[in-house]
Design a protein around this ligand. Structure first.
Ligand code: RRO
Length: 325
């Protein structure tokens, strides 16, 4: 039997484990650093940064429903100037081993390029996650940027010209041909793909008929999204040859393993952290005790065999229908 993995090389850096915190679920790291040991994780992705500060959408911004959560935060963030002077220096000073990705979002190709150009010279992060799939941007009418093939090609190509750092393109689930969209992003210069963003949805109060979140429409996350994310990873992994970061509905180590088996090299967690802030740490720890992780974590190419524990740990043993973290 092969031994547990000690880490993996991806995008030119070593990740200690495959579990990252998803964009928008951990602020800029500092906000959660009192409760989460960030350096116990593979990495984190910051809240999406825009050129101007954004106040976000009307409250309530999140609501739970039976199978997950719906959100419309509306890209609330302090804007690139403030991020460059506060959150990014904090990350550079405090996060040692977790790999930090800066998420950027814009309305136009030019806004993305400007963001990447301005943030590129900062320290303490590995690369960019281009958020090309926000379902909650009112100026885009809720339509994800990545659904416009020409805009996708241009935004990745032009961002590629202004940075040598790795670029992840985060794509939308409501895409009629996700493998083809993925091929477009990779041909334009994306080093990896993050699959997937939240799925556009609406939750109504059945009596009043009113929407449960202020913006009405929002993005669905949590357990309901997991089969959608796993299918996206599975299909895209067979269409392109770059690392894939799988995200959507991971609460437990076995869910992360589903994504790895579908073809993801890394995973992200978000919604689970709202209920159990240390869920990602727990999933990372349990995953890394597995002796049978697929490449690049196991014995396959890119894996670094010989982790600290050789105990065959096994995953959680409760029923797979029990979704509590
Ligand atoms: O801020 C949001 O409302 C938000 C973003 Br930018 C995103 O990419 N995905 C999401 O579900 N919410």
């Amino acid at each position: 039997m092969s031994r547990p993995a000690a880490g993996a090389e991806l995008f030119g850096v070593r990740f200690r484990n495959p579990v990252l915190l998803a964009a928008g679920t951990c602020g800029f790291g500092r906000e959660v650093s009192e409760v989460i040991d960030l350096d116990a994780l593979g990495g984190l992705v910051t809240k999406s940064v825009t050129l101007e500060p954004r106040h976000g959408n009307p409250a309530p911004r999140v609501a739970e429903f039976g199978a997950g959560m719906i959100n419309s935060i509306g890209l609330a963030n302090p804007g690139v100037d403030a991020v460059l002077t506060g959150p990014l220096p904090w990350l550079a000073a405090h996060v040692r081993r977790a790999r930090v990705w800066v998420s950027v979002a814009g309305h136009t190709v030019g806004e993305y390029v400007e963001l990447v150009r301005r943030i590129d010279g900062a320290e303490g992060f590995v690369g960019f996650e281009l958020n090309l799939s926000c379902p909650n941007d009112s100026r885009l009418g809720g339509r994800a940027f990545s659904l416009d093939r020409e805009a996708l090609d241009e935004v990745v190509r032009r961002c590629r010209e202004v940075t040598e750092r790795p670029l992840l393109a985060k794509l939308a689930p409501n895409d009629p041909d996700l493998p083809d969209t993925a091929r477009t992003a990779v041909a334009a210069g994306a080093d990896g793909l993050t699959l997937i963003n939240t799925l556009p949805g609406r939750v109504l109060d059945p009596d009043a008929g009113s929407a449960r979140i202020g913006a009405g429409q929002g993005g669905v996350s949590g357990p309901a999204l997991r089969p959608v994310g796993v299918q996206a990873v599975y299909a895209v992994a067979r269409a392109v040859d770059v690392p894939i970061v799988g995200v959507g509905g991971i609460l437990r180590a076995e869910h992360a393993l589903e994504y790895l088996r579908a073809g993801a090299s890394l995973v992200q967690m978000g919604t689970a952290s709202f209920a159990a802030p240390r869920a990602a740490e727990r999933v990372a720890e349990r995953l890394m005790r597995r002796p049978d992780l697929p490449a690049p974590w196991g014995a396959g190419p890119g894996g670094v065999p010989g982790g600290p524990s050789t105990a065959a740990a096994g995953l959680d043993t409760v029923s797979s229908t029990q979704e509590s973290a």
